[in-house]
Design a protein around this ligand. Sequence first.
Ligand code: DX5
Ligand code: ZN
Length: 248
Amino acid sequence: MYPIRIAPSIIAADFSYLRADLARAEQGGADMLHVDIMDGHFVPNITFGPDIVKAMRKHTKLPFDVHLMISKPRKFVTAFFEAGANCITFHVECEDQIRTTIDEITYYDCKVGLALKPETPLSAVKGQLRAIDRLLIMTVKPGFGGQKFMPDMMAKVREAVEIRKQGGFKFDIEVDGGLNKYTIWDAARAGAEIIVAGTSVFKEVDLAKAIQDLRDNARESLAYLNPPPVDPDIPPVDPANPSGEPDI
Ligand code: DX5
Ligand code: ZN
């Protein structure tokens, strides 16, 4: 069982206090920072480029999980790697050649991931699964934070878990969009390991508690899924007399 990791999405932070929010995330127990890059073409929104990533790199040791929602990721690989990316994930629906772009990223000492829009089936990444470290399954339409979680994407997560097992692949399964302390229950049960959370972390005053709540609920849902083995020495509870007290 892969550990659950929490990746706060920096686009939900207060950019006028970016350095402070980076410190809040690191001190609050984040496992990595999710960095959404949007080009206004692949998605109908624009965020920022490598220079902002480089500026953030100076202020945190958190690994950068860079999510490229751009049409032509290949020509920006070097810039994002040099800016401090630890994993570069791009969309299988982009305009560039997939394997060439994967090779471009792995040329550097950088993890590589492939992302899928909600409407894109897993079959679109078949043939690439042995070459990637991360499979990102979008649980909202890419382009904006604060959207509603799509529970029907959990079937794709379960399918990915099965394919990984059958194929002996090593990729992590990441979900992105609308994750909070309630929806994480479904995501963890389906088999997601990296949980991106923007609004449900950076919009909270007590960021550390927000991250802990996510982790606790994920752990609880997994415990619920895999209850501890019954101790044969403990007699079963009699529903008619749950306290087991003698009826005098
Ligand atoms: C959406 C981005 C997500 C988003 C998550 O296109 O890829 O990472 O910022 O934000 P929340 O958690 O608010 O949905
Ligand atoms: Zn993202």
